[in-house]
Design a protein around this ligand. Structure first.
Ligand SMILES: Nc1ncnc2c1ncn2[C@@H]1O[C@H](COP(=O)(O)OP(=O)(O)O)[C@@H](O)[C@H]1O
Ligand SMILES: O=P(O)(O)O[C@H]1O[C@H](CO)[C@@H](O[C@H]2O[C@H](CO)[C@@H](O)[C@H](O)[C@H]2O)[C@H](O)[C@H]1O
Length: 457
């Protein structure tokens, strides 16, 4: 039977009892993972917030990684983050699990056992699906399923190779389980929003069919299972293919704009609009954008010369008093978050920008922010090829906005100040994201920063 071994903070350096010796392995392994958010700051401490034996040979852990506080313009950097881990323990590790290997436990009850990331292990992935098929509890963990849609058993699992913000397992090309890596207290919008849109009858978003959460140390969503679209290709792959072949991508972009407007309408219906932009609302948004810019410029020195030019975009937003009402939005929209199956576009990953606090990600925002995210993505795609194809991106951006306008009833291109400010804010986010996760990609958003700061668009 699954059991909770312990709960409550313990420092890994001084871990006692059954967890002795895991701390050293985690300290080395965690910062190397793509989804680890604190790569730019040394880990000062690791504490285990909860550990549950999910099934024999597999521990479920919530681990808090602390960092030394770094002064920033807004105060100090966040003291750390909580991560979800599933650790396998075996005497002998099969060669196919070598890339999931953390090391060998040296002491305690696991002494001599190989420790590895259990999500790579088909046996653990299979047992995880079995848990979801039989809703119930395991220590602080709760497994829930939409009983209207019973899940078949025995579907072969495969961990998606793509290194992302989370880890996803596909079961028999029928379902996909996203295991969240960075955990914040509260319901994850990727469950909250997809469930609300499903209840709304929105078919553009795969509906959640099962999920799991924890009740300790605080309630939080840990993973969501959704139908897998086996014949779908993501927008990023399609855009790069079109670029490589010299193909036009405007028809797809127009349909994508239309699909996104439909999703926004369904979101407004499901959660309600937050009301028309009141006086001062754009000013408050502009202030928040300025604060994010200052924090990003503090972390990435290359941004600093452009700060005055970028601030002008936020200043223009502050003085403009119109805009579509704020509402729940996607929050991290780009070409990798949309899938095309046949002629239809689907939208996934409603988690929002992973580095923002959950409360902020769940708050209403201008839908222009999502539009800006997608427009930036066309620019990212066009910059993957040499020579750079600005015309290709410009045509896609126009087509996306035209499709959006046709369905939404308002045209993003006519909200110039709003669009420019949101595009600037998104490019600033991207600079920080790339500096932390993919420094080689930094020139891509930096090129947009230069354009936005110097030419204003
Ligand atoms: N319902 C789905 N059907 C088909 N593929 C999917 C589905 N959901 C996600 N994917 C694939 O999995 C990848 C990762 O999913 P995503 O939700 O973006 O995870 P992350 O939060 O880790 O970025 C996507 O880029 C997409 O290729
Ligand atoms: O992992 P997520 O999909 O939640 O999003 C994060 O990673 C994205 C990269 O994988 C990053 O997107 C940026 O790069 C894309 C190309 O790889 C590009 O299409 C996007 O426009 C660009 O923002 C995203 O910002 C980040 O949150």
């Amino acid at each position: 039977m699954p059991k909770t071994i312990t709960a409550g903070p313990r420092t890994a350096a001084g871990l006692d009892g059954p967890l002795a010796s895991l701390g050293g392995l985690l300290r080395h392994w965690l910062p190397m993972q793509r989804w680890f958010a604190g790569k730019d700051r040394p880990v000062t401490d690791l504490s285990v917030l909860s550990v549950t034996e999910l099934f024999p040979g597999c521990l479920h852990l919530l681990v808090h990684a602390s960092h030394a506080p770094v002064p920033t313009p807004g105060g100090t950097s966040p003291p750390g983050d909580c991560y979800q881990l599933l650790l396998g323990l075996r005497e002998h590790l099969a060669p196919r699990l070598e890339r999931a290997y953390l090391g060998r436990a040296e002491q305690g009850p696991f002494a001599g056992l190989a420790v590895y990331d259990a999500l790579h292990d088909p046996r653990s992935a299979h047992l995880l699906l079995e848990r979801l098929r039989q809703p119930g509890a395991a220590g602080p963990l709760r497994f829930e399923a939409d009983m209207a849609a019973p899940l078949p058993g025995g579907l072969p699992p495969r961990l998606l190779d793509a290194e992302q913000s989370n880890s996803s397992i596909v079961y028999g090309d029928a379902y996909i389980l996203k295991v969240f890596r960075r955990i914040q207290p509260g319901v994850n919008p990727d469950l909250e929003v997809t469930a609300a849109l499903a209840a709304q009858g929105c078919l553009r978003v795969p509906a959640p069919v099962a999920w799991f959460e924890t009740t300790a140390p605080q309630p939080a969503t840990l993973g969501v299972l959704q139908p897998f679209l086996p014949d779908a290709t993501d927008g990023w792959t399609l855009a790069l293919r079109a670029l490589a072949a010299g193909d036009d991508f405007t028809a797809e972009s127009r349909e994508l704009g239309r699909a996104m407007a439909e999703v926004h309408l369904a979101l407004a219906e499901a959660f309600g609009p937050a009301g028309p932009a009141g006086p001062g609302e754009n000013g408050r948004t502009a202030q928040a954008m300025c604060a994010r810019l200052d924090a990003a410029a503090h972390a990435v020195p290359g941004l600093r010369p452009f700060v005055p030019g970028l601030r002008a975009a936020f200043g223009a937003l502050a003085t403009c008093d119109t805009g579509p009402p704020a509402q729940r939005i996607h929050g991290d929209l780009h070409l990798g978050q949309v899938l095309r199956a046949g002629r239809d576009w689907f939208v996934i990953d409603f988690e929002g920008e992973p580095s923002r606090p959950l409360a902020e990600r769940r708050a209403p925002h201008s839908p222009v922010r999502d539009v800006a995210g997608m427009l930036r993505s066309f620019d990212y795609a066009a910059r993957q090829r040499r020579p750079w194809r600005p015309e290709w991106a410009r045509r896609c951006r126009e087509a996306f906005c035209a499709g959006y306008a046709a369905r939404a009833g308002w045209d993003p291109r006519k909200k110039h100040a709003l669009l420019r400010a949101h595009e600037t804010d998104r490019a600033v986010y991207e600079v920080l994201y790339e500096a932390r996760h993919r420094p080689d990609w930094l020139p891509v958003p930096m090129a947009a920063i230069k354009r936005l700061a110097v030419w204003g668009g």
